[in-house]
Design a protein around this ligand. Sequence first.
Ligand SMILES: Nc1ncnc2c1ncn2[C@@H]1O[C@H](COP(=O)(O)OP(=O)(O)OP(=O)(O)O)[C@@H](O)[C@H]1O
Ligand SMILES: [Mg+2]
Length: 185
Amino acid sequence: MLMTTGFTLWFTGLSGAGKTTLATLVERELRARGRKVEVLDGDVVRTHLSKGLGFSREDRDTNIRRIGWVCEVLTRNDVVAIAAAISPFRAVRDEVRERIGRFVEVFVDVPLETAIARDVKGLYKKALAGEIPQFTGVSDPYEPPLDPEVTIRSAEERPEQSVARILAALEALGYLEPARARAAD
Ligand SMILES: Nc1ncnc2c1ncn2[C@@H]1O[C@H](COP(=O)(O)OP(=O)(O)OP(=O)(O)O)[C@@H](O)[C@H]1O
Ligand SMILES: [Mg+2]
């Protein structure tokens, strides 16, 4: 059976956890396997679809509902929708999960100290200096998923290893044809 049905792969985690890195690598691999893929990255979404929204709880939830709605539309059209946004609040993540149904949550778990040490965008330095209010992990909450389909500990493995585990999980969940079966036909 060809597995061509859409699904949503939803990355959540602190800034600097590795969401964009992993979303990009998974996107590349899924395209190589012949799937249609669209990535909704938090940073990009906030310059278009969610331009003007801030970082209050209400605005963050609105941002996630918008990303979730686009993922829902893509998913029902058999595209693989990949969301890579901090999405700090559990309730709205679960709301989006319910709406979409075919939903795989990847918790990119990283110790705050590691994210601060990486400081990919230089934002932690500013947040810790009090220059950015409502910064997730510093001055705003992050609620980890209680039962994610995949947990990645990005301080403990290389991105390629994380990607391999995500793909294996997608195969095990029946969203992706196993690479081995492809090689056999
Ligand atoms: N196993 C891993 N998975 C993902 N990233 C990793 C891993 N190990 C190390 N890294 C590094 O961690 C950093 C993650 O940065 P990235 O921009 O992907 O984070 P992000 O979660 O998208 O943050 P933001 O929410 O600010 O956009 C990169 O520099 C990446 O190379
Ligand atoms: Mg990112």
